[in-house]
Design a protein around this ligand. Structure first.
Ligand code: HEC
Length: 138
């Protein structure tokens, strides 16, 4: 009888532990999120978040008055349709948009800002989130 109880106990403990570990693993796989470089807003806004970065870091070469004059022959960022074209993964390389590949300095892309400092991890994450949302003009 004693033997039986301790066997039952061990069995119960094993089942309990097993369940706990499985539960933990399941919890981990469902709640795990890769570390973020900054807190992203729930909805990334083109006007509030993206445009200020582009104005600050890119318009010196990609604004309407620079387009087809001195610095850029392909991309006038003030023309939203043109920006959206370059933000669209299907128009890029291996389904990575030129906008993202360029700011990430990915192999095979032209590092942007040209001859300048790479954007901060937070700025890149914001632009990535905006592109992932379909690059809306919001
Ligand atoms: C010092 C000038 C300069 C700055 C600043 C600059 N670019 Fe460019 N960019 C260029 C040139 C030159 C090209 C080459 C094609 C062209 O003539 O537009 C280019 C091309 C591009 C293209 C078109 C796709 C391609 O690879 O040809 C994208 C997208 C782009 N830049 C994104 C950016 C972004 C985003 C920023 C700001 C973070 C930026 N650029 C800042 C000069 C610049």
């Amino acid at each position: 009888m004693k033997l039986y109880i301790s066997f039952r106990l061990r069995q119960t403990a094993t089942i309990f532990l097993g369940t706990a570990i499985a539960g933990l693993l399941a919890a981990c796989s469902y709640t795990y999120e890769p570390p973020r470089p900054c807190d992203l807003p729930v909805t990334v806004s083109y006007q509030a978040h993206i445009l200020p970065i582009l104005k600050e870091q890119c318009y010196s070469c990609h604004s309407a008055d620079k387009y087809k004059t001195e610095t850029s022959s392909t991309l006038n960022m003030e023309d939203f349709a043109s920006l959206k074209y370059y933000a669209t993964p299907a128009n890029g390389r291996d389904n990575v948009s030129y906008l993202i590949g360029n700011i990430r300095h990915a192999p095979g892309f032209q590092p942007m800002p040209k001859d300048g400092q790479k954007l901060s991890a937070c700025e890149i994450a914001l632009i990535q989130a905006w592109v992932d949302a379909g690059a809306p003009e919001n």
